[in-house]
Design a protein around this ligand. Structure first.
Ligand code: SF4
Length: 237
């Protein structure tokens, strides 16, 4: 049970939140916004898993809606991990799906739209459903980090998201890849088995997700060969 407090103001509160630990950030955000707070979890990277574990350890999971974007194209391993985590922590993930099925998309726009126009495909299968998931919410918690890509290097712990009209919260934004994996190892948090097969970041099971190589940025395996590095949820580049 949490105490409902007034909302946070990034213009005033951001410097303080940059100094807080991730558990403290989560506690304060949930205190301020529950039940209008959501955690997006792709189950295709370790960050969301750390956040799930941090929330569970503070008995905050019941105050947050955990959701994922079921594009209809996810890896089986991603669904398996979600189900395993739901059993472990005793919660249910809300699934948000695109307005049209993959088959309908192929009929309307041609087969494999992701190969010809991945921005349009992501808009249909991710960005739209994400906006739906966050309708009525006042705070959105994500696992994105500054070290994942140059595009994410300027991420703040709390910031106002103008398009969605809510507070965007990235408690792990100052963590490194090593920090996240160290947490996962120490706490025994289940993770996507495909990470062990060379995929540092997992999205759809199409050409959009490939194995990574050493010396690459953490998201280099996504939309390989294209300038695109984001699906549009955290910016458009
Ligand atoms: S990641 Fe690829 S397949 Fe998935 S929604 Fe985006 S463009 Fe489509």
């Amino acid at each position: 049970m949490t105490l409902q407090l007034a909302g946070l103001d990034p213009a005033v509160d951001a410097p303080l939140f940059e100094r807080l630990s991730a558990p403290e950030v989560l506690r304060r955000v949930v205190d301020a916004y529950a039940p209008d707070v959501a955690l997006s979890c792709s189950f295709g990277g370790p960050g969301g898993l750390v956040l799930l574990d941090l929330l569970a350890r503070q008995d905050l999971l019941d105050d947050v809606e955990v959701y994922f974007l079921d594009t209809g194209l996810l890896f089986d391993a991603t669904h398996e991990l979600r189900e395993r985590l739901e059993r472990r922590y005793g919660f249910e993930t809300a699934a948000y799906v695109p307005e049209i099925t993959v088959a309908d998309q192929a009929a309307r726009f041609g087969a494999n739209l992701w190969e010809r126009d991945p921005d349009a495909c992501c808009a249909l299968r991710k960005v739209g459903p994400n906006a739906l998931a966050l309708e009525g919410k006042r705070a959105w918690i994500t696992g994105i980090r500054r070290d994942q890509s140059p595009r994410r290097a300027a991420t703040s712990v709390i910031e106002w998201n103008q398009p969605l009209g809510l507070l965007k919260v990235a408690p792990l934004c100052g963590w490194t890849d090593a920090d996240v994996w160290d947490y996962v190892d120490r706490r025994g948090v289940p993770y996507n088995r495909l990470h062990d097969a060379g995929y540092p970041s997992l999205g759809c099971n199409t050409v959009c997700t490939t194995r990574g190589a050493s010396m690459e940025t953490l998201r280099a395996g996504r939309w390989r060969g294209l300038a695109k590095t984001e699906c549009g949820l955290h910016g458009s580049v």
